[in-house]
Design a protein around this ligand. Structure first.
Ligand SMILES: Cc1ncc(COP(=O)(O)O)c(C=O)c1O
Length: 412
């Protein structure tokens, strides 16, 4: 045995023999560290955590009760492989009722996932050969891009920002890229920008996909969380979408079920079949009792409505507070993210080189945690999933945030 042989055996995709020696500290780790040192430096002040990307509340009591009931049944004890049929049948009904997706065959066009993240991670295994391209708008949830590279593929990034209404400019892709591209990832309402797509944009996407033989993966993780009369918009509800793509519906955010690990993927039969084959070799299905608790959730879409109402209220408060201290904050149509341009500096004071610089300032000096994005412009993301029980506490948190940002003037 040679000394250190394990270090030399790591695959190149995670750094090869340099695995673990990287000294670069990644964004989320930096935020974690900055939060820890801020807490240490000011133990008497509460951190206002607007950086978290998951709900602050438990799953609905009815969902929890169904899990408890089903967990006791011997028939739910075993592997579920590619999922129980009741889950698929119920998901198809839910998708028609909430998103207007008609005509899905729950036997062949629908699957469950142990959350949507592992499904996104598996899709490149289904389609990507070395040299193939996945088109990823940035910023975005990066999993499908990372795994594309792990399978030897390439990622082509398209910036989304204020100038293009946070919708990627597909026309900007040249013939060579279009030819090599196999997958297009989209996520609306979007993490981190909070931007929503339109039916017109999805129609354009379908035309583009058909013209260029490209598969569309629409990640609808936040699609149920819409406000102010805005209806949830599904890619699959647009005519022709099923010819070119699939859509992922996570229960994590729509039903406060992040830790439960359950999602549905629906759409094109052949794509679903490919994913089922790879999935079957990766996992043995989510616990049947969790799939059955998810059926309870599917049968109660009003749970999502209640969650949306809360986020909408919090967005209103946060947008007002941020506008009062100078940010150009605009309430999104959906999701729990509020994405705002980072200031260039403070009047008569320090400059911010990047969104990350500003975010570090916010946590260190103001004890307000946010997430920065410097991929396409300089933006920071606030999340309205901050911890607060009830309206009065929410108001207190927002008032405190405003107070902490009121003793200076930001320059944009
Ligand atoms: C856009 C997007 N897609 C997928 C996920 C993963 O969700 P799940 O819990 O279903 O794996 C997240 C989680 O933050 C997300 O933001």
């Amino acid at each position: 045995m040679s000394e250190n042989f394990i270090q030399n055996l790591f695959a190149n995709r995670i750094g090869g023999s340099n695995f673990g020696k990287d000294t670069v500290i990644y964004k989320f780790e930096k935020i974690k560290r900055a939060k820890m040192s801020a807490r240490k430096a000011h133990p008497e002040i509460d951190i206002i955590d607007m950086g978290v990307g998951e709900p602050d509340e438990m799953a609905d009591a009815g969902v929890v009760a169904r899990l408890a009931e089903e967990a006791l049944k011997p028939e739910n004890r075993g592997y579920t492989d590619n999922g129980i049929q009741e889950f698929k049948d119920s998901a198809a009904k839910y998708l028609e009722r909430v998103y207007g997706i008609k005509g899905l065959n729950p036997e062949t066009e629908l699957l469950h996932g142990i959350g949507s993240k592992p499904i996104l991670a598996m899709i490149p295994a289904v389609f990507i050969n070395p040299g193939d391209i996945t088109i990823m708008p940035v910023p975005n949830y990066p999993v499908m891009g990372t795994l594309t590279k792990w399978f030897g593929g390439e990622v082509v990034n398209l910036p989304i920002n204020k100038e293009n209404n946070f919708l990627p400019d597909l026309d900007s892709l040249d013939a060579e890229i279009r030819k090599k591209a196999k997958l297009l990832y989209l996520n609306y309402p979007n993490n981190p920008t909070g931007a929503s797509a339109t039916r017109e944009f999805f129609k354009k996407v379908i035309k583009f996909a058909k013209e260029n033989d490209i598969i569309v993966i629409h990640d609808a993780a936040y699609a149920g969380l819409t406000f102010d009369g805005e209806k949830p918009l599904s890619f699959l509800s647009v005519e022709g979408a099923k010819d070119v793509g699939v859509e992922l519906f996570s229960l994590s955010k729509a039903f406060n079920m992040t830790g439960w690990r359950i999602a549905a993927i629906a759409g094109n039969e052949l794509i679903v079949k490919g994913i089922a084959t790879v999935k079957d070799n990766n996992d043995s299905g989510q616990f049947g009792a969790i799939q059955k608790a998810a059926i309870y959730a599917f049968e109660h879409p009003e749970i999502t409505q209640k969650i949306s109402d809360k986020y909408s209220r919090r967005h209103d408060m946060l947008v007002n507070a941020l506008r009062e201290v100078g940010f150009n904050a605009v309430k999104p149509k959906g999701s729990f993210f509020l994405y705002v341009e980072a200031p260039k500096g403070i009047k008569g004071g320090r400059r911010f080189e990047s969104a990350e610089d500003f975010s570090q300032y916010m946590i260190t000096e103001k004890l307000i945690s946010t997430v920065p994005w410097d991929d396409a412009g300089k933006y920071i993301r606030f999340s309205v999933t901050f911890i607060a029980k009830g309206i009065e506490e929410e108001k207190r948190v927002i008032e405190e945030l405003k107070r902490r940002l009121s003793d200076m003037e930001f320059e944009f």
